[in-house]
Design a protein around this ligand. Structure first.
Ligand SMILES: Nc1ncnc2c1ncn2[C@@H]1O[C@H](COP(=O)(O)OP(=O)(O)OP(=O)(O)O)[C@@H](O)[C@H]1O
Length: 234
């Protein structure tokens, strides 16, 4: 269980995240919605430890959240296009290997075996040696998810992971995220600009308006109009 209490992050006079408290359960995929500038990325960056909050606490199962427990999937996968899919996934786990291996870019046999298993888990069996630059957007995003899983996180975050994909491909990537969150019992939080795409797989919706949490409800209790209201903060 991930617990955020009274979180605040300011940039100058802008309160990007303001007095935010929320609890997210392991094994659930939560979808984070809100207009551009509402604070979604800032919240994800605070959870990933990329930003230090100005106030508030973040705990995982009652202990302080360690950034090594968190993996973030980026919009374009943030992969190295010239490297193979396998190398990209292995790089995801580097923080877990000894520093000398990290320096030399050598990977343990176990890590390679795990990475190959992850290719199958994300529906890319046989793609390990393919150059990432030659993959489609949806395939890259699957590699991005495999790379995040290679970090063996307890919290899986994704910032607009399907923004550049067509709706059908986006839907299948969201299904994959939901599947790994459930199977590996991760805390899953995904920001999206197409919230209804996630309807079949979302367990919970959070809505942000100018940094404040204005929606926090199980997906079954939230209809489309309620979600769209979050975007209507004129
Ligand atoms: N590094 C920064 N320096 C200054 N202001 C920032 C910085 N990062 C974000 N902000 C501001 O904080 C607010 C929240 O931005 P954030 O990127 O978190 O929103 P968002 O909901 O993720 O938007 P989008 O959907 O467009 O990605 C915005 O007003 C933004 O301009």
């Amino acid at each position: 269980m991930l617990t955020v209490t009274d979180l605040e992050k300011r940039y100058g006079d802008t309160r990007a995240v303001s007095s935010l408290s929320v609890t997210l359960e392991a094994g659930e995929l939560t979808v984070l919605v809100g207009r551009s500038g509402a604070g979604k990325t800032t919240l994800l960056r605070c959870l990933d430890g990329l930003e230090g909050p100005d106030r508030g606490t973040i705990t995982l199962d009652d202990g302080p959240l360690d950034s090594t427990d968190v993996a973030l999937v980026f919009q374009e996968g943030a992969l190295l296009e010239r490297k193979s899919a396998l190398e990209n996934v292995l790089d995801g786990g580097l923080g877990r290997e000894p520093a000398w291996r990290e320096l030399l870019g050598w990977h343990a046999t176990d890590a390679k075996r795990q990475a190959i298993e992850r290719f199958h888990a994300v529906g890319l069996g046989g793609y390990a040696d393919r150059r990432v630059g030659d993959l489609s957007g949806g395939e890259k995003q699957r590699v991005g998810i495999a790379r995040a899983l290679q970090q063996e996180p307890r919290v899986l975050l994704a910032d607009e992971p399907v923004a550049s994909l067509d709706p059908e491909t986006g839907r299948t990537v969201l299904e994959l995220l939901a599947e790994v969150v459930r199977e590996e019992s991760l805390v899953g939080l995904v920001s999206l600009h197409q919230p209804t795409l996630a309807r079949p797989v979302a367990d919970r919706y959070l809505g942000l308006e100018r940094g404040r949490l204005v929606l926090d409800a199980p997906a079954g209790d939230v209809d489309e109009d309620r979600i769209l209201e979050v975007y209507d903060d004129g």
